[in-house]
Design a protein around this ligand. Structure first.
Ligand code: IVH
Length: 714
């Protein structure tokens, strides 16, 4: 049925004038709904309203409820199957998912063109035809269709194996549940593509998350890759992920014979996929007659990049002729017949107006450049950290300079350089202060450090920062006690040090504007809760130079009571592995300063816990824990958990965490986009390489049955 017929058929159903044969209705509604899904999700041009779509969908749903044995797996109602939960087993790709080589300029492209000619024995004077497509910046996926039905979908994983995320991919309307590959004699095919979230939808997701107090995503790619792996497919469905298909990697007939040779060009395969209902880059793709045309097209797209609705970080250039592709072959890393052209990082020029100096919690002075506001990749930038004095000197930055600003990785802006050739003589050398801008105390700088510091521990700016850090999530984690409240309370004299936080005069605070009954109760509850925090948090919250979260935890394991540190000496620290002499001497100095001891006493008097809690105690690892005696390292992006969490789980299972690949390494857990570490481990040969899922399986299966796992795995 063609588009017009399907549209008219929809109207027949909407008008209630359909055939009375319910078997026909079932079949027709599936066709009609597939058509509208394609118009909406692939073509971005729906021709019926959402409401009309819902009406048709409900008609089909009602019929399927009546005849449950007639439900087809490719019915639009089967996109989210309620009893399916994604557990992500690991599955091998039919063909490894390789990476791409990179190019950055015309010269690189010309070199690539020369290489292709050499590899294929084509004369220099002859032109090679290329296809150029966007290089989508999302999460790679591989889809398998068998007998015209989607049978499996997976993430790229480590290139050889990926996570099976079929249930989630089935929810995406841009991915057809069935497609007529058999019309081309294809019984099994593997397609490659990229899962993406449109920029405007990404903004919406983030503002909703912000409102709900959830962590926001750094970029659309993270939102998409996270969405691919959500445990609940119906939640994944709500993320608005779309899939572009850019490659047919594998196609065989009923006898398992390769049938790719029926296609002469890459472009032909992609066009077929478009005809079969997949979302393909159509207008964004061009067949170019030679490498110069390629260059013009990629430059054209570099300019258009911002206005394109999806994030792209370059263009991909592929030899169009498939027979030539075959002649070029592959390296272990990338196909020789393709190359990525990477766009320049997003840059703009602006004027350096002023430098302000921020005092950190231990008194470090950070220079911050104030620049004329400039739009960089959709964000207005007016403040940029200059890190330290050395940075300013090495870049020879001057007030009034025209500076080149870049947003690396689309997140943190930085100054690439100043443009000395544009100076008119009015620029001023930046005088890094030698006295604290807040309390005027002379700044000091340790030889080993880059930052100048204010040594005055009563410095107002420093005290404020200490309090802000003390209440923050990574320290005492006092919910709802943000920077602005700290500043307000300080301004009104309610808090002069961190100890005062635990003895607030709530009656006085109630008189402040914006502090109602409810917010007060919540704040009090959060502060009371923090009083019984583990001492590792308390130690970290004191802002002792270099005493981070990890060292605080290690220290807390050794202490019955925080004040024991008063009687410690260097010897005590030497026994603790992973705490170095710098941390040791800073802790000792802190606990020998009477002002600090008075503050600590006040904290304890105000009810803050100083004794070791269960959470502080060292982890007891059972002798038969699954990873006892094994050294482990994580590489690549983990998707089901954070790196820290994985390390914690591994340690709890008895593993020793090490930081480099060597023959001493027993296990390497390779997440997505694993690179040189994975290669090195493969080369060594004795390192056991696990996917993230296999690692999780070891932890889980071991919990059930200890001995068997041990035997089968090692
Ligand atoms: S072709 C075997 N085409 O880029 C061919 N890849 O850096 C290799 N990517 O992991 C892939 N857009 O996820 C190809 N139009 C496109 C692409 C594309 C984005 C991604 C892909 C791959 C990565 C390689």
């Amino acid at each position: 049925m063609d588009a017009k017929a399907l549209y008219e058929l929809s109207k027949v159903y909407l008008a209630g004038k359909q055939s009375s044969d319910e078997a026909i209705q079932l079949a027709e509604l599936i066709q009609v709904l597939h058509f509208h899904e394609w118009k909406y999700a692939v073509q971005n041009s729906p021709i019926i309203s959402d409401q009309e779509y819902d009406t048709l969908y409900k008609m089909l749903e009602a019929l399927e409820q009546k005849y449950p044995d007639k439900i087809q797996s490719d019915s639009p109602t089967q996109r989210v199957s309620s009893d399916l939960s994604s557990k992500f087993p690991t599955v091998p790709h039919l063909v490894p998912m390789l990476s791409l080589d990179n190019s950055y300029n015309l010269e690189d492209l010309e070199d690539f063109d020369k290489r292709i000619k050499k590899l294929t024995g084509i004369e220099e004077s002859q032109a090679i035809e290329y296809v150029v497509e966007p290089k989508f910046d999302g999460g790679s996926i591989a889809l398998i269709y068998e007998d015209n039905q989607i049978s499996r979908g997976a993430t790229r994983g480590n290139g050889v194996k990926g996570d099976q995320i079929t249930a989630n991919l089935r929810t995406m309307r841009s991915i057809p549940l069935s497609a007529d590959f058999k019309s081309r004699g294809i019984v099994k095919a593997e397609l490659r593509g990229e899962a993406l979230i449109r920029k405007d939808i990404f903004q919406k997701i983030n503002s909703e998350r912000e409102e709900a107090g959830l962590e926001i995503f750094a970029n659309p790619r993270n939102a998409a890759t996270g969405g691919l792996r959500m445990k609940d497919p119906s939640q994944a469905a709500q993320r608005g992920i779309e899939a572009f298909i850019y490659q047919m990697g594998y196609a065989v007939d009923a006898n398992g014979q390769n049938v790719m040779d029926q296609f002469a060009t890459h472009y032909e395969t992609i066009s077929l996929l478009g005809d079969l209902g997949f979302k393909i880059p159509a207008e964004e793709t061009k067949v170019c007659k030679d490498i110069k045309t390629v260059f013009d097209f990629v430059k054209h797209w570099e300019e258009k990049r911002e206005s394109y609705p999806y994030e792209i970080d370059g263009m991909v250039i592929k030899v169009n002729n498939l027979a030539l592709q075959e002649r070029c072959g592959y390296t272990s890393h990338h196909p020789r017949w393709a190359i990525a052209f990477k766009f320049k990082a997003k840059q703009a020029t602006s004027k350096l107006l002023n430098v302000e100096y921020q005092i950190g919690k231990i008194g470090s002075v950070t220079p911050v450049a104030k620049i004329e506001p400039v739009a960089l990749a959709g964000v207005t930038v007016s403040s940029i950290s200059l890190h330290n004095e050395e940075f300013i000197v090495s870049k020879d930055l001057r007030l009034g300079d025209t500076v080149l600003v870049e947003r690396a990785g689309d997140v943190i802006p930085y100054i690439v350089k100043s443009m000395a050739e544009l100076r008119d003589g009015s620029e001023e050398v930046i005088q890094f202060p030698r006295a604290c801008p807040s309390c005027q105390t002379t700044l000091i700088k340790a030889e080993t450090e880059a930052a100048w510091r204010c040594p005055n521990i009563t410095c107002e700016a420093q005290v404020l920062q200490k309090m802000v850090f003390h209440v923050s999530k990574s320290a005492m984690d006092i919910d709802g006690f943000g920077k602005s409240i700290v500043e307000k309370f300080y301004e009104h004299g309610f808090i002069k040090s961190i100890a005062d936080i635990y003895a607030l005069d709530y009656e006085e605070i109630a008189k402040l504007e914006g502090f109602g009954e409810r917010s007060m109760t919540n704040l009090k509850a959060a502060i009371d809760k923090a009083k019984s925090n583990p001492i590792s948090r308390l130690l970290h919250s004191l802002s002792i130079h270099h005493l981070g979260k990890k060292a605080s935890k290690l220290l807390a394991q050794e202490l019955q009571h925080v004040m024991e540190l008063k009687d410690w000496n260097e010897e005590n620290f030497i026994e603790i592995k992973d705490i170095g002499p710098v941390v040791a001497s800073n802790v000792l100095a802190y606990f020998s300063d009477p002002a600090n001891l008075a503050l600590l006493k006040q904290l304890e008097d105000n009810g803050v816990n100083f004794t070791q809690t269960e959470e502080d105690k060292p982890l007891e690892v059972a002798a038969d824990a699954p990873l006892v005696g094994k050294s482990i390292l994580f590489t690549g992006t983990l998707t089901q958990m954070g790196r820290k969490e994985a390390q914690g789980l591994a340690a709890a299972a008895g593993a020793k965490l090490i930081s480099a690949v060597s023959s001493k390494l027993d296990i390497l857990v390779a997440g997505e986009k694993a690179g040189s570490k994975l290669k090195k481990a493969q080369k060594i040969g004795t390192v056991q390489i696990l996917t993230e899922q296999e690692f999780i399986d070891i932890l889980n299966s071991k919990a059930k049955d200890s001995n068997e796992t041990q035997l089968s795995l090692f």
